[in-house]
Ligand binder design. Structure first.
Ligand SMILES: [Zn+2]
Ligand SMILES: [Zn+2]
Length: 231
């Protein structure tokens, strides 16, 4: 069940976050890696592959990924992808001759909304990321050393914690899930409580009565709270 191409990176991300808690959620690192790989490949090796071109022509890219592609400043490959994508999307403006202007405009609105909410990179990342979540859930039940790594995680960000619970609750047996849920909460709750404490202390430090007190763990509490909330 656990495919090797996922087992290795999942183990590595869990080891990295275990060894350096500042790295935070291991799934954020995995998602970032998938995104980087996808951007690298779309602007490089797979740019000219016909079946990939069909997908990018059809799905396009979200704003965030267009911006990231532009940042990489590989303008020519990006221009080639956009050239054929725009050619393909000429169909957005097609009108049905017997329909009213309003009906044509609304059909156009629907097609444009569908296009602007789809993204080739997001879709590819989502596909592999779900397999990585499943791999982590599988390894938790099958591999004792992974279970130890799981228990030693600093925390999971909320979106990835929710994804983990959702997928595990749908794929594990009742008994297996109860065990998984308990262990996942042992990672998540203490971090949540300490984060609240750190943000509270951060606020207090702005009060002159506390200004000579140590920062403890609060210096980066705002940044960590943001990462925890949105990944
Ligand atoms: Zn995360
Ligand atoms: Zn995207």
């Amino acid at each position: 069940m656990a495919e090797k191409i996922y087992t290795i990176p999942v183990n590595e991300a869990f080891e990295a976050s275990r060894d350096d808690p500042a790295k935070g959620c291991p799934f954020c690192a995995l998602e970032h890696m998938l995104e980087e790989n996808e951007l690298e490949s779309i602007l490089g090796a797979s740019m000219m592959e016909p079946d990939i071109r069909i997908r990018t022509n059809d799905l396009g890219f979200c704003r965030e990924h267009l911006a990231k592609m532009l940042e990489r400043s590989k303008k020519l490959p990006l221009a080639l992808i956009l050239e054929s994508h725009l050619d393909e999307q000429e169909k957005l403006f097609k009108k049905a001759p017997l329909r009213s202007a309003a009906a044509n405009a609304q059909a156009e609105e629907e097609r444009i909304l569908a296009l602007t909410s789809s993204c080739y990179v997001c879709e590819k990342v989502r596909f592999h990321f779900e397999k990585m979540l499943d791999t982590a859930i599988y390894l938790f039940g099958e591999d004792h050393s992974f279970r130890e790594k799981f228990a030693a995680q600093p925390s999971f960000c909320l979106p990835h914690y929710a994804a983990l619970l959702g997928r595990a609750s749908r794929s594990l047996s009742k008994k297996e899930f109860a065990d998984f849920y308990e262990e996942a909460e042992k990672v998540e709750r203490p971090y949540f409580d300490s984060l609240r404490e750190d943000v509270r202390w951060f606020v207090k430090k702005f009060d002159y009565r506390y200004q000579d007190e140590p920062w403890n763990n609060a210096k980066d509490a705002v940044e960590r709270a943001i990462r925890f909330l949105q990944g």
